[in-house]
Design a protein around this ligand. Structure first.
Ligand SMILES: *Cc1c(COP(=O)(O)O)cnc(C)c1O
Length: 464
């Protein structure tokens, strides 16, 4: 085979740059990216000619060089982070970004972040303001606390609280509450980072008030209670409630801190799941400082919210760490919008997507499963398609035992393996993430919006 003939057919860079399609690319993406793509694609043509003995394959590659260059440039400029369809049935899926923000809030945020805002400017006084001012009084009225602020996430909130209140001293924690949260948040490690010394009391399953009492020393600077959000110890157990701990902390004149995990502000049993301790319960029971996540059950943006006594919050606001851990304008705006929804508890399940998804009846989820099934009728499908009951979960390290009855579209692919089908679904223009069980792919429809059904059918239809 005369390879020289093929090598000579590789177009020169100037020739390629002269083509209409390529000059279009130059206009949008610039010379550097386009010439780099040309270099890589012509190089891979050379390799192909060298290694292949199939003239058809080589001819094909030669004739598609322009489209290959176009593809390469476009893909280099397209974002790697994209929106996906969460058909896993896990509502607060940490890998998929935890709590989604509503479309209405999204639209308001867009306006806020694409222009200027009064982030740190008091429109009333015409001078410098505080970024927490937009939601501090709201948080206080919702939780009953005296003061509030927010940082990057709850992990940083715990770090800031301990570093501000207990640096150089001891902090008493129950052995049953030495939690590890996904993504390597470990209470003992955060404690060390903050400069405080952990004093463990009690045992894994039982801690008594007397254990705390006996652990106090001259060095004690705080008592910390951590909500075991992502695991449950059941059976022969005992923990000490906040109100009892609060008395002891008061006697000793040290702050009682609670890391409550999820920021629940309403009684979740009205949404059909177990009661989770609320922030206001904790404040009422005597916690001096409470911190929690913004993007777990609160249903807002990623943030670590801290509420409590003014003297302690003031100390935190003055800590240098706060400057490093502070929230950005996007978060400040999203947090205020989320908290405003809590002023009307009756509408929460409509306006906060996480609460809406928790509350939705299985029968109504089932309707979406059937609409997807109907939408798939328009495609030539090589798979067994069904609608079956399944169970959704909360996720995000919250309410680990809770299961919510739900419905899924189930797929047993015929042409592709389950593995290849899932792989193709992940690479789709709108990736769809399901869950495999009993040799079927389950697409739990709880977290799939009606508006996504058409595109989901398109993706599934093309792959199957
Ligand atoms: C989730 C959680 C954290 C970590 O919160 P992030 O917002 O993910 O940083 C810390 N403590 C508890 C008890 C939690 O449940």
């Amino acid at each position: 085979m005369d390879k020289g003939k093929f090598y000579r057919k590789i177009p020169k860079v100037d020739v390629l740059l002269g083509k209409d399609e390529i000059s279009e690319l130059l206009k949008s993406y610039g010379r550097e990216a386009v010439t780099e793509a040309i270099r890589i694609e012509t190089e891979s043509l050379r390799t192909l000619i060298e290694e292949s003995n199939d003239e058809g394959v080589i001819e094909n590659a030669l004739s598609s060089i322009t489209s290959m260059i176009k593809k390469r440039v476009e893909s280099a400029f397209s974002a790697n982070m994209v929106s996906v369809i969460n058909a896993t049935g896990t509502i607060l899926h940490t890998n998929l970004g935890r709590a989604p923000i509503s479309k209405e809030h999204g639209a308001k945020l867009l306006d806020m972040i694409s222009g200027y805002s009064n982030l740190e400017y008091s429109l009333e006084k015409g001078q410098r303001g505080e970024r927490y001012s937009h939601f501090e009084s709201l948080l206080c009225s919702l939780t009953g606390a005296e003061a509030a602020m927010a940082v990057n996430n709850n992990a940083s909130a715990v770090l800031l609280v301990l570093s501000s209140l207990a640096n150089g001293g001891e902090v008493i924690v129950s052995r049953g509450e030495l939690v590890e949260i996904g993504g390597k948040f470990r209470v003992p490690d955060v404690m060390e980072q903050s400069g405080a010394t952990l004093v463990e009391v009690g045992t894994t399953n039982k801690t008594h008030l007397s254990d705390y009492r006996e652990a106090f020393s001259e060095e004690t600077k705080a008592v910390l209670k951590v909500h075991t959000s992502n695991y449950r110890i059941i059976g022969f157990t005992q923990t000490v409630a906040i109100d009892e701990l609060s008395e002891v902390a008061k006697e000793r004149n040290v702050p009682l801190i609670e890391d409550i995990g999820s920021g629940v502000l309403v009684d979740l049993s009205q949404y059909g799941i177990s009661y989770e301790p609320t922030v206001q319960d904790s404040i009422k029971a005597g916690a001096d400082v409470v911190c929690f996540s913004g993007d777990k059950l609160l249903g807002g943006p990623q943030a670590g919210i801290i509420v409590g006594k003014k003297e302690y919050i003031e100390k935190m606001k003055k800590n240098q760490l706060t400057r490093a851990l502070r929230i950005d304008k996007f978060t400040a705006a999203a947090l205020e919008l989320t908290l405003l929804e809590y002023l009307n508890p009756d509408k929460l399940s409509e306006n906060i997507p996480v609460l809406r998804m928790i509350k939705e009846d299985a029968s109504s989820v089932k309707k979406r499963a059937f609409s997807l099934k109907r939408a798939l009728k328009g495609y030539d499908i090589n798979a067994e398609i069904g609608v079956e009951p399944c169970e959704s979960q909360i996720g995000g390290g919250a309410l680990p035992l809770e299961r919510i009855e739900s419905f899924a579209l189930t797929v047993v692919p015929k042409r592709l393996s389950i593995f290849d089908t899932e792989d193709a679904l992940r690479r789709a223009k709108k990736p769809v993430i399901g869950r495999v069980s009993e040799d079927k792919i389950f697409f739990d429809m709880r977290c799939v919006e009606s508006s996504d059904i058409k595109i989901m059918a398109e993706v599934l239809g093309e792959i199957l």
